[in-house]
Design a protein around this ligand. Structure first.
Ligand code: SAM
Length: 276
């Protein structure tokens, strides 16, 4: 396995992914009902801020900005307890758990899963499964709690992760009728990202939102221009909050004044509410 998330940790893609993750978790915490978070591709949890890493262009820029919109300010506050590291999705989720909530983290690499177990420090609300996360979406869901957030964040080492993400979101979306789902994807050119959106559009799932944050134009399939999230049944109000906040984040992170943000519904905000 060549993928080394530590190099990428805290980059512009993590800023979008983790800012949205925190916004959803904050929304879920408004009601007392227990929540389960399933993180299908969890990673190691904590990453050193390596000198050669990508974090200075992502979280580093937010940390040194004079003013931030709420989504970015929330992320900067969430990473503040880890001054020499960058916390990944399972740590950010763990830090939001209340006593009644649960975290289920799948990580296929045994060494990485061991690091995650250490980072979670024996928290009894969190379970780390060293296993394939795609299979975990079926085997570990539905959860014991009535409310659920599923994050699917594959490494895209192979092109079929786009197809697997579309299939995973549609199948989980159909099976878990009230869960909130979030699937992350890189934007390198438009073809794969637009194919993913088209698959979700055709799926018949209701309330599917696409969110993208680009730091340069997506006109070269060899360059990472930014990233996106497909959100199934996002919290009410999140689309408007993202549309308000992302342009200012693009201004802070964009390269040479280029880039852009997109928040659009792939299927309308007309059907069942996102969670009970
Ligand atoms: C993008 S990183 C995860 C980052 C993490 N979600 C975060 O936001 O901090 C992807 C992780 O998925 C793991 N992985 C790759 N294929 C997997 C699979 N089929 N099932 C579970 N984990 C997998 C890799 O070892 C890597 O640690």
């Amino acid at each position: 396995m060549n993928y080394r998330h530590g190099f990428h940790a805290g980059n512009v893609a993590d800023v979008l992914k983790h800012g949205v993750l925190l916004a959803i978790l904050d929304y879920l915490a408004r009601k007392p009902g227990a929540v389960t978070v399933l993180d299908s591709h969890a990673g190691a949890g904590l990453y050193d801020r390596a000198a050669d890493g990508e974090w200075p262009a992502g979280i580093g820029r937010l940390e040194s900005a004079a003013a931030l919109p709420p989504l970015a300010a929330r992320l900067v506050a969430a990473v503040a307890p880890y001054p020499d590291s960058y916390p990944g999705s399972p740590i950010l989720a763990r830090d939001c758990l209340r006593p009644q909530d649960r975290l289920i983290a799948c990580e296929r690499d045994p060494g990485v899963a061991s690091r995650l177990r250490r980072a979670l420090a024996g928290d009894r609300r969190a379970a780390v499964h060293c296993r394939d996360g795609w299979g975990g979406l079926k085997a570990l869901l539905p959860p014991a709690t009535p409310r659920c957030l599923v994050l699917i964040d594959p490494p895209y080492e192979t092109a079929d992760d786009f197809t697997r993400l579309a299939t995973g979101l549609v199948q989980a979306g159909q099976r878990l009728s009230t869960a909130i789902l979030a699937g992350w994807y890189p934007v390198k050119g438009r073809a794969a990202a637009d194919g993913l959106a088209a698959a979700l559009y055709r799926s018949g799932l209701a309330r599917v939102l696409r969110v993208e944050l680009l730091v340069e134009p997506a006109d070269d399939p060899r360059r990472l221009a930014g990233s996106g999230l497909i959100l199934v049944r996002p919290p009410f109000g999140l689309a408007a909050a993202l549309a308000a906040d992302l342009p200012a984040i693009v201004d802070t992170l964009g390269r040479r004044g280029t880039g852009g943000a997109r928040v659009d519904w792939l299927s309308g905000e007309t059907a069942a509410p996102s969670e009970e």
